[in-house]
Design a protein around this ligand. Structure first.
Ligand SMILES: [Zn+2]
Length: 146
């Protein structure tokens, strides 16, 4: 997968604005010849988020996605996974991975989960057809691809 354009900066900015609470949302991008291109991170606000939890509100998520896809107006962009922040330094939890795997059963293609840690590292997981799968990450130069 490629982390393209502003996605890493968007996640870092949203995570930092929400601290000390968790926040999260949706990832949009596309599949390109076997590679997943992650283009933007969208925030799905959860008023009840705490330092240890953020819940993806399905109705809010749907609205955020529809609005973003209309605004960004890019023919290839679509939903490709979720992200959330962990204000403490710990990667994706067992529950995070379980929930990713369960959601991936509804999609024909692999889904991604990016967890943002306070040291600005990103813990990246993927799942396909209900099972976790491995993922390798490259970063593109945002100046070329934005
Ligand atoms: Zn988590």
């Amino acid at each position: 997968m490629w982390l393209a354009g502003p996605v890493a900066t968007e996640i870092a900015g949203l995570a930092s604005a929400a601290r000390p609470r968790e926040t999260g949302g949706l990832l949009v991008g596309w599949w390109d010849d076997g590679a997943l291109v992650v283009r933007h991170a969208l925030e799905v606000p959860d008023q009840r988020a705490t330092r240890f939890s953020w819940t993806r509100r399905p109705r809010v998520a749907k609205r955020v996605l529809q609005t973003a896809l209309a605004d960004l107006d890019h023919p290839l962009l679509g939903y490709i996974g979720d992200w959330h922040s962990h204000p403490e330094v710990c990667g994706a939890s067992g529950r995070d991975i379980w929930s990713l795997a369960a959601t991936s059963e509804q999609y024909a293609y692999p889904l991604l989960l990016i967890v943002h840690l306070p040291d600005e590292t990103l813990d990246i997981s993927a799942a396909h057809g209900g099972r976790a799968c491995s993922v390798s990450v490259s970063r593109q130069d945002p100046r070329i691809h934005s």
